[in-house]
Ligand binder design. Structure first.
Ligand SMILES: [Zn+2]
Length: 498
């Protein structure tokens, strides 16, 4: 979920030429906190008293005062570097191998050799599996598993996931494969999906300590601390190890921290804040959120069914939480988490951040309705460019400052097509991310100005019902992505570029 602790914004002019560096490879920075904790991040930078960085949960920020220094450079070791809580747990991949099947080693050697994956060999295993022979089918699973293991070792989580899931399709009841899929999901901070696979594995091998270890990780990432502790204690009772002990201690520490939080409520929000935060600030935040809630509710003509959780952090709490935090994972729960250190009342910037995050919460809930109540995890949700474009628009930002550069980038055929901005933006370097935010805003601004918010509402309804975004655009706007981008550039030219 692109919920962010501070609103992500493009407030300085884009560097058009930096876009020539649109490589998929992302330089990694390491943020070193004063307490010694190291956070692997993409493109960390300082801005206005904060250190901002990209994670799989969107752009996050830390108060500068808790950061010792930033180590620049190097390359991201994995596709999912983040300051995410659960990512800081040191849990190794499960040491598990599929049982049985003759010639496992031979298949591994066949599937991966000379530093690459032999797709032809795997295709051969697949065609041998076609008649339905059990051993041949299992061998096809092993081939994909070998490929996934290789991809995982290179940090290519996306292809690893795809291969491991294919392996599970061939051998749906092999616990080791189920656990490996879960492990890759966990590395991607996709906790709910991981749990689906772990539930299945648990039914097959209820007393396997690795299942409990991974399930605890998933719950921890979802900020369900009681369940995390229960899973890890169970795993520990079967097979104690150091990783589990450290994980258990971290979860207990977080639980204690959470229990020290006070709660406050208004009609649409449940607010938690640390005992040290000003009660007056908490009230002010709730009042501001209720005001934004009414505004967004009438703009989008939609009322989220559930109360929205909000957590305010003071600086000390933020430090504690980021030591072994659960907050980034909880972004998936749709809680709005805001560091408010040093504030006694809501200022303009905090108010805008709250509105930005609240927009994400509305969109997430609106586009998830179709999947509610289904056991399978729901993947239907608004693409990132719609989420971020709309959130910035609701915050009050418009394209004036970025229009000229956006037009220039588009004319030079360097604009990233919207279709490529549907998924996660975490691989983008800083300049690309800035472009993506500005471009998303411009396209949403054009849609809203040209056709009104009702069209946005209709687009979101269709996406919520499972329709692909471009198809939803075709039905509502009678435009495909190319038409939309052309129209947006025309709009920018006409209104802002002279
Ligand atoms: Zn955002």
């Amino acid at each position: 979920m692109p919920l962010t602790t501070a609103s992500s914004r493009v407030r300085f002019p884009l560097l058009g030429f930096a876009l020539l560096l649109l490589s998929a490879q992302a330089a990694a920075d390491t943020i070193v906190l004063k307490n010694g904790r190291r956070i692997a991040a993409l493109s960390a930078y300082e801005e206005g008293g904060k250190v901002k960085y990209m994670t799989s949960a969107g752009e996050l920020s830390l108060p500068k005062s808790i950061v010792d220094h930033i180590e620049k450079g190097g390359f991201a070791p994995t596709a999912g570097p983040s300051g995410d809580a659960a990512a800081n747990l040191t849990i190794a991949p499960p040491e598990i191998r599929p049982e049985g099947g003759s010639g496992i080693e031979e298949i591994q050697r066949g599937a991966v050799h000379d530093g690459s994956i032999d797709r032809q060999y795997i295709a051969k295993l697949e065609s041998e599996a076609r008649p339905g022979n059990a051993t041949a089918t299992f061998n096809a699973a092993l081939g994909h598993h070998a490929a996934a293991t290789f991809e995982l070792s290179r940090g290519d989580l996306e292809h690893a996931l795809s291969d491991e899931r294919t392996a599970v399709n061939y051998a749906p009841d092999e616990p080791a494969l189920l656990m490996n899929v879960a492990y890759i999901y966990l590395r991607r901070n996709e906790y709910k999906q991981a749990l689906d696979y772990l539930e299945h594995a648990k039914r097959l091998v209820p007393d396997n300590p690795d299942v409990g270890k991974l399930a605890g990780w998933a719950y921890y990432g979802m900020n369900k601390l009681d369940q995390a502790v229960a899973e890890w204690k169970h795993a520990f009772s079967i097979r104690p190890d150091k990783e589990l002990q450290a994980a258990l201690e971290a979860a207990m520490r977080d639980k204690k921290e959470e229990e020290s939080y006070k709660e406050n409520e208004s009609s649409h929000f449940k607010l938690k804040y640390n005992g040290a935060a000003e009660p007056a600030l908490a009230r002010d935040v709730l009042r501001t959120l209720e005001m934004h809630f009414s505004a967004i509710e009438s703009e989008l003509n939609y009322t989220p069914p559930e109360p929205i959780g909000v957590v305010l952090y003071t600086e000390q709490a933020f430090v504690d939480i980021t030591r072994a935090p659960a907050w980034a994972g909880a972004l998936y729960d749709g809680r709005i988490r805001v560091p408010v250190q040093g504030l006694t009342s809501v200022d303009g910037e905090l108010s805008r951040s709250l509105k930005h995050e609240l927009t994400h919460s509305f969109v997430a809930q609106k586009t998830k309705t179709a999947c509610m109540g289904m056991a399978v995890s729901c993947s239907n949700r608004a693409p990132t460019w719609i989420q971020e474009g709309l959130a910035q628009w609701m915050e009050g930002y418009r394209s004036a400052n970025d229009a000229a550069v956006l037009v220039q980038i588009f004319d030079q055929k360097l604009a990233i097509p919207l279709g490529k901005l549907e998924g996660s933006w975490t691989r983008f370097d800083r300049d690309t991310a800035h472009f993506a935010y500005a471009w998303a805003l411009a396209n949403m601004e054009y849609i809203i100005q040209a056709d009104g918010m009702t069209d946005v509402e209709r687009i979101l309804d269709r996406i919520g019902a499972g329709m692909a975004t471009e198809q939803a655009l075709r039905e509502v706007l009678h435009s495909d992505y190319n038409d939309l981008m052309e129209s947006t550039v025309g709009y920018l030219r006409k209104n802002y570029v002279h």
